[in-house]
Design a binder for this molecule. Structure first.
Ligand SMILES: [Zn+2]
Ligand SMILES: [Zn+2]
Length: 245
């Protein structure tokens, strides 16, 4: 049976240097439940180190949490990689880390806090998570798909790190699973508002860096369960699965 899932698939945690300290795994799950979401994904910049704790906390509190990350390609395009399980997300993270130069400067970019589900600080990530990787978009998509994940190109309406502004177009052979428009544009109006996206499935998400922004934008998926396989079907509009706007 198909059900409706209200999803916010782009939420940062305190691991992202530009994110608020209050974005701990526990508080993210609490806030997501409070605003009535059924499904969330944790997508920090170039890292999934807080995904596991948020998944465990989601499990405890009854919120489906998917592990993911917002990867910055060498073209300086932000792209989400989303997975069902932690293991492939961490394998993707290892691939990203091997291609991510630089060290974080906390005084310039901010703290990168690794937290557990009890809201305890486990450490800080020393890498330059806000930086661009040496990975091309095609490499990222190929690796994500090999790990059974999906890719959604982020905030395509935005000048900063959006694929249309960075490349001028969306490469047809890139095999993206979908596009994300920011909260600034209504999903129903996206295809009219942004030339070049007509042939893609679009979602919207909060891209929250602060607790109060969680659920600021969301997408309703009609599907059987909150899994990557079902989201993939909904993005493709197959078997009755679809995106409701
Ligand atoms: Zn971004
Ligand atoms: Zn983001």
């Amino acid at each position: 049976m198909l059900k409706r899932f209200k999803a916010d698939l782009h939420i940062h945690s305190c691991l992202s240097p530009c994110s608020d300290w209050a974005m701990s795994p526990k508080k993210i799950v609490q806030q997501s439940l409070e605003v009535g979401l059924d499904l969330i994904a944790i997508c920090d910049h170039n890292s999934a180190e807080n995904a596991g704790a948020t998944m465990r906390e989601g499990n405890r509190q009854g919120m489906q949490v998917l592990p993911g990350m917002e990867i910055c390609s060498k073209e300086e395009v932000h792209i989400l990689a989303l997975f069902d399980e932690l293991a492939p997300a961490l394998e993707m993270q290892a691939y990203v880390y091997a291609n991510l130069p630089g060290e974080n400067k906390t005084e310039v970019f901010g703290f990168q806090v690794i937290a557990n589900e009890q809201d305890e600080v486990m450490g800080e990530n020393p890498r330059l998570l806000i930086g661009a990787t040496r990975l091309g978009l095609h490499d990222i998509v190929k690796k994500t798909h090999a790990l059974s994940g999906i890719n959604i190109s982020c905030h395509v309406d935005r000048p900063a790190y959006g694929i249309i502004n960075q490349l001028g177009f969306i490469p047809e052979n890139l095999n993206l699973d979908g596009l994300e428009v920011s909260y600034r544009i209504k999903l129903a109006e996206a295809a009219q508002a942004i030339p070049g996206i007509e042939n893609f499935s679009c979602v919207t998400a909060s891209d929250a860096h602060y607790l109060n922004d969680i659920g600021k934008a969301w997408t309703v998926f009609q599907m059987a369960q909150p899994s990557i396989a079902e989201i993939r079907l909904a993005l493709a509009g197959k078997d009755g699965r679809r995106i409701l706007v």
